[in-house]
Design a protein around this ligand. Structure first.
Ligand code: AMP
Ligand code: MG
Length: 344
C-alpha cells in the first residue's frame, strides 16, 4: 500500500487546495454520488455523500483499489508484490517486500496461529488445483472433476504458514509454495479506503462494498444510520437480516455461495480446510464479521467459516469482533454483542 498512500498523499494535496478555493461551499448539503464498477476481481459499489467539488471521488477510490491490486496483492498480475514473491519461491535471497505487505503478512501469520492453522495464506498451490478462477467464469458447471487425493496431499505438503520466513523486509518462500491473499485482500482494501476517507475533505459519509466486504463511514445528511444487509446464503434475492450501524465499521461475509461449482448434487466451494485441502465442511453456509478493522473482518470471516460456530465464536471473542453464523440448515447463531446491531 506504500506507493498507494504516496499517490493518496499527492491527491490530498490537490484536495486541500480545492478545499481552499471552495471554502465558501462548505455550508451546502452534501450530495449523494452512486457508482458501481469492478476492481480487485469483484464488484465495487459506492454510495458517497460529497461536498461540492467531490464528484470525482468515486473515480479516485476505484483508482486506489486497482492500484492496490496491481502493485501489491494480485497473484495473477505480473509485477505485483505477491506475484514477485511467488516467482521467487525457493530462492536463497528471498524477495523484498514493502513495509505494508510485511505488516499484512505478520497479521496473517498471527491469525494462522490463533486459528490453529485453519486460516492459511500459503494454500496457493492447493487453491490452484480446484481451479476456482474457472468456476467464476461458469465454465465448470457439471463438468468439474475434483482433484484426486494423491495430488491434493502432494500440494498440501508444500503449504503451511509455519514454513514462511519473514525477516528484515524479505520474505523467504520455500520451493513449490504460493501465497494467495484472496481471503484478506478486500479487507486490506477497506483499511486503505478508511485511511483515504479520513483524509478526504469532500466525503462526509460513505458505504462502499468491495465484493463481500463493506465499510461504512461518517454519516448521512439526514442523520439516519447505515443499513447493511446480510444475504440469505440460499436465496440471492433475500436477506437473513440487516445490521444497523452508526459511523465507521467494516462488515465482511464469507459464504459457500460466493464461488462454487455443483456436480451431481455436491457443492464444491472456495473456502478450503487446510487439514484436508477440501472445501471446509463445518455446517456453515455464511459467516459475517463486524469489526472496526477491514483486515479483522475479512480474515476472521474466512477463518470462522472453516472453524464453525463453536471455535469461531471463541476466536472472534479473542479478536474483539462480533460474528454471525448462518448454518447450512438456515439456523442463525451470533455473538452476544452482535444482537445490538442485527435485526431479521
Ligand atoms: P473469503 O471470501 O474472504 O472468505 O476468501 C476466500 C478466498 O480465500 C478463496 O477464494 C481463496 O483464495 C482463499 N482461501 C481459501 N481457503 C483459505 C484458507 N483456509 N485460508 C486462507 N485463505 C483461503
Ligand atoms: Mg475473508
Amino acid at each position: 500500500m506504500k506507493n498507494f498512500f504516496k499517490a493518496g498523499v499527492c491527491l490530498m494535496g490537490l484536495l486541500g487546495l480545492t478545499g481552499l478555493v471552495c471554502g465558501g461551499c462548505r455550508g451546502a448539503e452534501p450530495e449523494r454520488v452512486q457508482n458501481t464498477d469492478t476492481a480487485m476481481g469483484t464488484v465495487v459499489q459506492q454510495n458517497l455523500y460529497v461536498r461540492s467539488g467531490g464528484e470525482k471521488e468515486a473515480e479516485e477510490i476505484l483508482k486506489l483499489l486497482r492500484g492496490l491490486e496491481e502493485q501489491q496483492l494480485s497473484r495473477r498480475l505480473e509485477g505485483s508484490e505477491v506475484w514477485n514473491v511467488n516467482a521467487a519461491a525457493g530462492s536463497e535471497e528471498g524477495c523484498p517486500v514493502s513495509a505494508d505487505l510485511e505488516a499484512l503478512l505478520e497479521d496473517c501469520l498471527s491469525l494462522w496461529k490463533q486459528s490453529e492453522g485453519a486460516f492459511d495464506v500459503t494454500l496457493g498451490e492447493v487453491i490452484a488445483l480446484w481451479d476456482m478462477d474457472g468456476w467464476a467464469l461458469g465454465e465448470r458447471e457439471g463438468v468439474f472433476t475434483p482433484p484426486d487425493e494423491e495430488t491434493l496431499q502432494d500440494a498440501l505438503g508444500r503449504c503451511g504458514s509455519g514454513r514462511l520466513e519473514l525477516a528484515e523486509g524479505r520474505l523467504f518462500l520455500p520451493e513449490g509454495m504460493k501465497l494467495d491473499l484472496g481471503a484478506v485482500g478486500k479487507g486490506a482494501a477497506l483499511d486503505c479506503l478508511l485511511g483515504y476517507l479520513a483524509e478526504s475533505e469532500k466525503i462526509t459519509g460513505a458505504v462502499i462494498s468491495v465484493g463481500g466486504s463493506v465499510l461504512t463511514y461518517g454519516d448521512k445528511p439526514d442523520g439516519s444510520p447505515w443499513k447493511v444487509g446480510i444475504r440469505d446464503p440460499r436465496d440471492s434475492s433475500a436477506n437473513m437480516g440487516v445490521l444497523t450501524l452508526e459511523g465507521q465499521w467494516c462488515v465482511s461475509t464469507s459464504g459457500d455461495y460466493e464461488r462454487f461449482v455443483e456436480v451431481d448434487g455436491v457443492r464444491y466451494h472456495h473456502i478450503l480446510d487446510p487439514a484436508t485441502g477440501r472445501p471446509a465442511d463445518s455446517g456453515t453456509a455464511g459467516v459475517t464479521v463486524l469489526s472496526k478493522s477491514g483486515f479483522d473482518s475479512d480474515a476472521l470471516s474466512t477463518a470462522c467459516f472453516i472453524l464453525g460456530p463453536e471455535k469461531g465464536m471463541e476466536l472472534a471473542e479473542r479478536y474483539g469482533v462480533e460474528v454471525l453464523f448462518v448454518g447450512t440448515d438456515g439456523s442463525i447463531q451470533m455473538s452476544p454483542g452482535m444482537e445490538a446491531y442485527f435485526r431479521d
